[in-house]
Ligand binder design. Structure first.
Ligand code: XCC
Ligand code: SF4
Length: 672
C-alpha cells in the first residue's frame, strides 16, 4: 500500500500534480501588507523615562534584551508585555479553569454557591478536567504532527521523492530500523529509510495498538501503564479519543478524563516527540558536543541577517544549505553586505545549534526584540510559538516575516508553501528574498547591544555517552557515589507572568549549587545559554563535587539537550539509567521542572514526565484551582497510580528545595 504524503492545500497550489518544480517559487502575500506602525505607536506612546526604566527591568533579566526593549518602549512599539498588561485583570473563572464554552447551551461558569453546574450538568471537576485534557491533546498533537512531518520526510528520502535531503546518520538509521523489527541485512540506507519511515507513520494509526518506543521504558514502568490502562495505542488515536471525550455528553468522570490525559501525553513523549527527535538525528545528524554563541548580539551589523524561528528542522536545515550557496553569498556582497548571517530562535534554533552550531538569538520572549534590532532582513518561521502579531512588529522596521507552513499562514507575512520535495529551491527563494531586502535596512536604526555569550551545546545521549567513554556507567557511578546527587530536566517556555528568564536561571543556579546536574531543553536551555550557564566555566557556580566532575570532563553543569521534542532524549536518558539499575523510572533520583511554561505542549510534556514516574515542579499554576479534587489528584493522588506527581511552586528557591528533598528521598530509598 503506497503512502500518499500531505496534499498541498489548493489555494496555495504551486506545481501541478506530478510536476517537479524547476524554478524558484514566488511567495504569496497573505491578505495584505501591514502598515500599522504609526497607528500602534500613537496608541502606545504614553510613557515617561522613569517608567520605561522601571518596566524594562521588571520585564526581563536578559541584559542584551534590555536596550532593545527600552527602544521599543520609547518608540511605542507594542510587545508581548504590553499586551499582557492590557489583558489584566484576568477573568477569574478562566484562571480557575471553571469556565466552559464548548457548546452553545453555554457558555457556562461555575459560581458557587448557586451556579455549581453548567447547563448540561457538568460540575467544576468535569469542566476543569475537560479543559486540561483539551490542553494535553493540543500539545501532544503539535509535537506529534511535527514528528509526522519528519517521518514523512524520511519516507520521501527513502522513496526518492526528494533529493534535497540525505541520510546523515546511517548507523542510527540501522539501529532504529532494527528496533522496529525491520530486517537490515544487505539493505541500502534509502530502502531502510522508506521502510522505517513507513513503519513510523503507522505508529500514528491504530491498527498496531501499541507504540514501538514504549519498549524503551523499563518493564516495571510499562507494567504500571498496563495496570492503569494508560498504554497509548496510537498517536493520532489518543488525540482523537481525547477530543471525543471533551465533547459534551461523553466524558463525565474527571478521573477517567485525566487518565486519558496521561495516555495521550505518553503517546507524545514516547511516540510523536521521540519519532521527531530520532528521525531528525537520522536525517540531519545526531548532535555532538560543539561550541557556539547566544543572545541578541549574535546579529551582525555588516551582514544580511536571517533568523529561523519555530520548531521543524525540515525547513531550517535547507536554509542552512541555501545561505552557504555561492550564488547567495555573491548576491549578498552585491548588495554591500559582508555575507549572510543565519541565526536561530526558539526550538528551530536549538535544532540548528545542536547539530550545526548555528548561533542562537534567544528564546520565546526575545522574538519581537530581534526585529527591533533593526538588523533583521527576514524572520523565517515554520510553526508553533510564533506570535501572530509579528508582521505588526515588523511593520515598524524593514524585516520581512516569511511563513512556510500551510498550517501556519500569518496575515501580513510572505508565504512559501514549503514541502520536502522541492525544499532547496524554496529555501533559495527565501534566502534571495531576505538578501534583496538588505538594501531596505536603515543603518541608523540598527541596535545590536553587547557581546554574544559562548555556549557549549549538542548533548544528545549519544554525545553524553561518548564524553563518558562509551556508556552511562561512569554517570551512574558518580550518582551512586553521591558526587552528583541526581539530575533534573529543566524545560519549557517563557511566560510574561514571570520576569523573562528569571525563573529558569534562579532554579538552575540553586540546583547546581546542590550538586544536582541540570539537563535542559527548549527555552529553558536558551535562558541558561544567555546567562552563561552553558559554558564549562559555569562549573565554578556548582557545588564542589559537581564542579570537580564538570572540570574533569570539561563540560558545563547544565547540559543543553535540544528542543522541546528533544525532551524525548531526557526520557531515553531516564530509561537507560533505570534499565542499567534494573529499577522503574520512578525510583531514580531525578525530577523535572518547568519554571516559566506557557504552552499546551508544556502541559503534555509535564504529563508524560509524571506518567513516566518523574516528579515535576511547575512554576506557573495551570488553570485547575477551581476543582480541589483535580488539584489533589494531580499533586497527591497520582503518587498511588504512577508513583510521581506534580507540584506548583513559583518561587525558584523553594522549588529547588522541593526537588532536592525529592532527590535525597529517592537516594535513601535506593540505598545510595
Ligand atoms: Fe515554545 Fe519550543 Fe515553549 Fe519555547 S519552550 S516557548 S513551547 S519554543 Ni518548547
Ligand atoms: Fe455549558 Fe456543558 Fe456546554 Fe460546557 S458543555 S458550555 S458546561 S452546557
Amino acid at each position: 500500500m503506497e503512502y500518499i504524503p500531505h496534499e498541498r492545500i489548493t489555494n496555495y497550489q504551486l506545481p501541478m500534480e506530478g510536476c517537479v518544480m524547476t524554478e524558484e517559487p514566488k511567495p504569496q502575500l497573505i491578505r495584505e501588507k501591514l502598515d500599522v506602525c504609526e497607528l500602534d505607536k500613537a496608541r502606545m506612546a504614553i510613557l515617561n523615562p522613569a517608567l520605561i526604566e522601571q518596566k524594562k527591568n521588571e520585564r526581563t533579566i536578559d541584559e542584551n534584551a534590555k536596550p532593545v526593549l527600552e527602544l521599543m518602549l520609547r518608540e511605542g512599539i507594542e510587545t508581548v508585555w504590553d499586551r499582557f498588561e492590557m489583558q489584566q485583570p484576568s477573568c477569574k473563572y478562566c484562571l480557575a479553569g471553571t469556565s466552559c464554552s464548548r457548546c452553545t447551551m453555554g457558555p457556562c461558569r461555575i459560581i458557587p454557591p448557586n451556579r455549581i453546574r453548567g447547563v448540561c450538568g457538568a460540575d467544576a471537576d468535569l469542566i476543569v478536567s475537560r479543559n486540561l485534557l483539551d490542553l494535553i491533546a493540543t500539545g501532544s498533537a503539535a509535537h506529534s504532527d511535527h514528528g509526522r512531518d519528519i517521518a514523512e520526510t524520511l519516507y520521501l528520502v527513502g522513496t526518492g521523492k526528494t533529493k534535497d535531503y540525505t541520510i546523515s546518520d546511517p548507523v542510527k538509521l540501522k539501529r532504529i530500523s532494527e528496533e522496529f523489527g525491520i530486517k537490515t541485512d544487505g539493505k541500502k540506507p534509502e530502502q531502510l529509510a522508506a521502510e522505517l519511515g513507513g513503519a513510523m507513520l503507522d505508529e500514528y494509526g491504530m491498527r498496531k495498538n501499541t507504540l514501538q518506543f514504549l519498549n524503551r521504558a523499563p518493564k516495571a514502568t510499562r507494567e504500571i501503564w498496563t495496570k492503569l490502562g494508560i498504554t497509548p495505542r496510537g498517536i493520532d488515536r489518543e488525540v482523537v479519543d481525547s477530543m471525543h471525550r471533551v465533547q459534551m455528553g461523553v466524558g463525565a468522570d474527571y478521573v477517567n478524563i485525566l487518565l486519558q490525559g496521561l495516555r495521550t501525553s505518553l503517546s507524545d513523549g514516547w511516540g510523536g516527540s521521540m519519532i521527531g527527535t530520532e528521525v531528525s538525528d537520522i536525517l540531519f545528524g545526531t548532535p555532538t558536543i560543539k561550541s557556539s554563541t547566544m543572545n541578541l548580539a549574535v546579529m551582525k551589523s555588516d551582514h544580511v541577517n536571517i533568523s529561523v524561528h519555530g520548531h521543524n528542522p525540515v525547513l531550517s536545515e535547507v536554509i542552512v544549505k541555501a545561505v552557504a550557496d555561492p550564488e547567495m553569498k555573491a548576491l549578498a556582497q552585491k548588495y554591500g553586505a559582508k555575507g549572510i548571517n543565519l541565526v536561530g530562535m526558539c526550538c528551530t534554533g536549538s535544532e540548528l545549534l545542536m547539530r550545526k552550531g548555528v548561533p542562537m538569538t534567544g528564546n520565546h520572549l526575545n522574538q519581537e526584540l530581534i526585529i527591533a534590532t533593526g538588523a533583521l532582513e527576514a524572520m523565517v518561521v515554520d510553526y508553533q510559538c510564533i506570535f501572530p502579531s509579528l508582521p505588526r512588529t515588523a511593520s515598524c522596521f524593514h524585516t520581512l516575516i516569511i511563513s512556510t507552513s500551510s498550517k501556519a499562514t500569518i496575515p501580513g507575512s510572505y508565504f512559501f508553501d514549503f514541502h520536502a520535495e522541492d525544499a532547496y529551491l524554496t529555501a533559495k527563494a527565501i534566502v534571495r528574498m531576505a538578501v534583496e531586502n538588505f538594501k531596505n535596512r536603515n543603518p541608523q536604526r540598527v541596535l545590536i547591544p553587547g557581546e554574544p555569550v559562548p555556549v557549549m551545546s549538542g548533548f544528545s545521549n549519544e554525545a553524553i555517552k561518548n564524553a563518558l567513554g562509551g556508556s552511562f556507567k561512569p554517570l551512574i557511578d558518580l550518582i551512586a557515589a553521591g558526587k552528583i546527587r541526581g539530575a533534573v530536566g529543566i524545560v519549557g517556555c517563557n511566560n510574561p507572568h514571570i520576569k523573562h528568564d528569571s525563573g529558569h536561571i534562579a532554579l538552575t543556579k540553586e540546583l547546581i549549587k546542590k550538586n544536582i546536574l541540570c539537563v535542559e531543553t527548549g527555552c529553558a536551555a536558551i535562558a541558561s545559554g544567555k546567562a552563561g550557564l552553558l559554558r564549562p566555566e559555569a562549573a565554578s557556580l556548582a557545588g564542589n563535587d559537581l564542579r570537580a566532575v564538570c572540570e574533569s570532563l570539561k563540560i558545563p553543569p547544565v547540559l543543553h539537550m535540544g528542543s522541546c521534542v528533544d525532551n524525548s532524549r531526557i526520557l531515553v536518558l531516564a530509561a537507560e539509567l533505570a534499565n542499567a539499575l534494573n529499577v522503574p523510572i520512578h525510583k531514580l533520583p531525578i525530577a523535572g521542572a518547568a519554571p516559566e511554561w506557557y504552552s499546551q505542549k508544556a502541559v503534555s510534556i509535564g504529563a508524560y514526565f509524571v506518567a513516566s514516574g518523574v516528579y515535576t515542579v511547575l512554576g506557573v499554576m495551570p488553570h485547575i484551582s477551581g476543582s480541589p479534587p483535580v488539584v489533589s489528584l494531580l499533586t497527591e493522588g497520582l503518587k498511588g497510580a504512577v508513583n510521581a506527581s506534580f507540584s506548583v511552586e513559583p518561587d525558584p528557591v523553594k522549588a529547588s528545595v522541593l526537588i532536592s528533598d525529592h532527590i535525597e528521598r529517592k537516594r535513601t530509598e535506593l540505598g545510595i
